[in-house]
Every structure is written in structure tokens, then in C-alpha cells.
Ligand binder design. Sequence first.
Ligand SMILES: *[C@@H]1O[C@H](CO)[C@@H](O)[C@H](O)[C@H]1NC(C)=O
Length: 641
Amino acid sequence: MRFNDLPLALSILLLAPSPSSAFYLPGVAPTSYKTGDKVPLTVNHLTPSRSARDTQVRSVFSFDYYHHAFHFCPPEGGPKYISESLGSILFGDRIQTSPFELRMGINETCKAVCEEQTFEPRDAKFVNRRIWQNYNMNWLVDGLPAGQLQEDTNTHTTFYSPGFALGSVREDTPRLNNHYDIQIDFHQHSKDQYRVVGILVEPYSLRDSKSLGDGKAECGDSSAPLALSEKENTGVTFTYSVYWVPSATSFATRWDKYLHVYDPKIHWFSLINSAVIVFFLIGMVATILVRTLRKDIARYNRLDQLGLEDFSGTSVEDTVQEDSGWKLVHGDVFRPPKNPMILSVLLGNGAQLFMMTGFTIVFALLGFLSPSNRGSLGTVMILLYTLFGFVSGYISARVYKAFQGDAWKQNFAFTPLALPSVVFATFFLLNLFVWARQSSGAVPFTTMLVIVGIWFIISVPLSVAGSWIGFRTPIAPPPTHVNQIPRQIPPSTGYLRPLPSMLLTGVLPFGAIFVELYFIMNSIWFSKIYYMFGFLFLCYGLMITTSAAVTVLIVYFLLCAENYHWQWRAFCTSGASAIYVFLYAMLYWARMLSFGSWTSGVLYLGYSALLSALFFVLTGTIGFFASWLFVHKIYGSLKID
Ligand SMILES: *[C@@H]1O[C@H](CO)[C@@H](O)[C@H](O)[C@H]1NC(C)=O
């Protein structure tokens, strides 16, 4: 089994928040080495990236380090997989052992990794193409990624950027890097106890390197670079040197130089920007709620009394009929919407997503999901999503009950099955493309089985239990009675028509998150480490508030226009920010990515659409429940006999 982190993740869930003020908690216990101890170097998949020459990413596929075409030397007895967490595997990590021999504190120059390798033209073509696409190597030493020293031109500070280039392109010729200068920073913890605190790799392309057998080699000169011929066989010797450099960085802060904030000003600027929008919105909604509504309610209730006392001849309805406004639809506003089953199932799933995202962000904020614990983010997300199956069942059942649905069995079954199967089917389909390209990003079949297993063994029963409780708990009747005959709805005009209202309102929650979205996309497509969870937390809060406020506003206008079909409208207008998220993904594609193959495009489109759809359900749910509260509140304060 390669999943060793589930018990760990479970225990993380049960841990109380630590009072530690550290930005992150080190996820792994420190390993100390004595001088001369072997420090293992493990290799992860090769990932596409950007380079100084070419600022666009040209592929989405990652490749296994031991893909036959690369001819990288395997260790004796073949490479072995290092056990990883479920999240780590899902997010593409394929970590394996390597033949590199690093001995703590012992410098070595020009060692051969193995005997000379022969690249046939077919393999050379493959590797050259990967070099053109700026593929990066991803090595790990003691859990730390091997990086390259980079300078931030804005702040003139240097930092370690994970990954280093497979090759480079000069004068239109791809050069393969076959020599690695490995610099390891180490920190003396106590007498003869050393810890690894940083790794830099400087790769070189050396044509004239020769293996002398027995691990020894003669390294060529960097003025004669190595290019793989696509016409005839090319012999390549892979070599490496190791330099151990003492460092003052302690083990606890070793990640700091990897986690570089590019431009905190942009973050703060956008955050303040969104905060202003949100406060403006809340101000607007508050004005409406407090001033207009109170006036409305007072007037309606006064008319109510007048109607009873003074105009004893005429009915209340007649008097109010003169007026227009949301009171008129009090007999219809709690009429169940069309397709109550679909809506309640979506809302249940939306609540589940909402809880999962919220809790994940809070956990990350508290420092539980440190980058040193590879894949912990993914693992915790899956785990939380599974556990919150209970919430989805409960919410779905409650809403369905309020909608007076009676197909109970379907509701019980659809809630845990409908949306997840759509997601899983899409995921499976997209995975076929990845698999067909021989990319290591394809999720292994066994991992898929494990996910399906977790789903059916834990999540589905939890959801059904939630549904059962939601179904058994009695529900309060709506504040106003539903009339027998539905009222006619005047045709909606202007911005109240469905599409304009969606496009208009959707842009605001999107505005609260779009800068953070840029960094999240960078972390997904450029395999950058994302860790700005403080910003993410604030943005999530702003997004919730904006979605809620703007949807309440639209629902109020809708009810004033005597349209009582607010349920689906609230869900869709709030969810419409997902349309912008999708458009943003397309814009990002145009600006930052330039795919060489259509399969990359299909994959990017597919995942963008899938994530946008889930985002639709999430924000739609927020908008719906905000409107639900609002509608119950305002009709609850009317006096209607
Ligand atoms: C190893 O190499 C580094 C970098 O050249 C140097 O700073 C360090 O002193 C060397 N260590 C030993 C033990 O020679």
C-alpha cells in the first residue's frame, strides 16, 4: 500500500489547534545524520514549466522520472516507489528511489551515475521535445525539493524555486543537462548531528563526459554542450558532484526560503479593493433591509389594521392591491420551485463543498497542512469531503422536505450519488487522455478503486444517515400560507431577466477572489507551492459575504417585481460567478499557456469546466441559503391572518 498518511490525517483532524505562533508546523520529524551517513535522494515526476526564454507553459502532462525515453539511470535492483499519501498521488507525485549517493558532509566531484546510456533517434526526439517544453526535474532530499536560486527582480531578494531544468535551448538547439552540481545546505544540530536545510542543483550540459567505470567519471567542459541527435545514436554519461555547505538556517525555518511571496502588495491591494466592494454592498443591502423594508413592513401592517378597522367593507387584499411590492406574493413565495429534487440535491452537495473548503482553509491557516507534508492538502480535502457527506444528506433532506417533496427514496439516493458520479466520470474520462499520453499524471487504477471504496464505505452511509435525521426532524411551517391558485407573474424586464441578473451579480463575488485565483492557478499549472492561506481565508470570507449580499439584493428586487420564483434564481445568480471563473481560466490559457497538443487543451478545458461547475454549486448554495433566511425573515415579520 502506498497510502500511509490516512491515520496521520485522521489524527491531525483530532488535534486541538496548537498555540504555536509558527507560520507552519513542520510536518515531519527532523532527521539527523552523522558525517558520512547516506542521505537518500528521491526523484519525482518531470513537470512542464516556464523558462526565462519562454514565459508560457506548453504542456500539462507530467512524466515519470524512469520513463524509458529519458534513460535516467535506475538504482541497483530497480527503482522503488516511496509510500505517499492519497492526496499526494492524486496531485501527481510519483516519488521513487534513485542511484545518487550523497554522504553527509563529504564533497565529491564528478561521479558517474551509471554507465554510458545510448539515446536512439526516437528517444532523442521525445527528450528534445520535452526540453523545448521547458520540462523541470523534481528531486527531493530529506523531503525538501531541489531548487534553483532565483532572484525576485522587484525586491532583489533571492529564494529557492523548486525544480531545475531538464535541458536548455540555445540557438534553436536543445541541450540535455547531463551533469548536476548538487549543493546541500546543512545545519549542525549538535555534535556530529547534521540536518539538511536546503538543496540547490545547478545542471550542466557536457558533451565530453566519460564514465571510467566503478562510479568514477571524467567530466567534460561546459563550452562543449550536449545535443541529442535525432538522426543517429548519441551516447550520454550522466554525472554529478556534491557540495556540502554549512548553513545557519535551522531545521524549523528551512522552508522559508522556498516559500517566497512574489508581491505581497498586489495581495493587499486586491484584498482592500474587494473589501471596499463588499462594504459598499453590505451598506447597500443594509440600507434596503433597514430603511425600505422597515417602511414596507410598517406600511403593510398599518394597512392591514386599517383594512380591518376602517374599511370594514373592503378586504385587506383590495387595499394592498393598490400598492405594489413584495407583500403581494406572500401567498406564493413559499410555493415549492420546479424540480425540487434537483435543487435540494445540489444544495446538499453545495453545503458539503462549503464545509470542506471552509475547514480545509482553516486547517491550512492553523498550519497543519505544511508543504513539508507532501499531499496533506489533498488528503485532508478528500477526508473532510467524505466526512461531510453527513451534512449533504441532512441539508438535502431538510430542503426537500421544505419543498414538500415526496420521492424520499430518490432523494436519499441521489444526494450522495448524482453529483459525485458526474465528477468521477469526468475525472475518469480526462484521466484516459493522460494515460494515453503515457504521462505519469494518470491516477493509478488502484487509487481510483480506493477513492470509490472510501466513497461507498464512509461517505454514502454518512449521507444516508444525515438524510434520515433530516427527514425525521419536523419542519416548521413557512411564515405565510401558500395560496391554492398560483399568482400570475408580470413579465420581467431589464436586469431582472434571468441571464442579465446572473451576469450582473456573478461578477461581484468573482471580484473578491480573482487575484487569489491567479495564484491558485499558478500553483496548479506551474507546480508552485501555494501557502498564502491567510489571504485565502480572508478572500473566502469576502466571497461568502458578497455572494450572500448580492443575492439577497436580487431576490428583493425580484419579489418587488412580484416574481416569486426566487429559489432557482437565487441559486443561479449566486452561482454565476463560476461563469467568470471559467472565463478567467480561458483568459489565463490565452496569456500564460500555449499547448503543443490538443490533448493538453482538452485536459485544461475539462478540468476548468469541472472546477467551475463545482464552484457554481458552492456559491449557488451560499446565495440560496442567504436568500432563504432573508425571505423567511421578511415574510415572518408581516402580519397576515
Ligand atoms: C565542500 O564544498 C563547499 C563548496 O565548495 C565548501 O564550502 C565546503 O567547505 C566543502 N567541504 C569540505 C568538507 O571540503
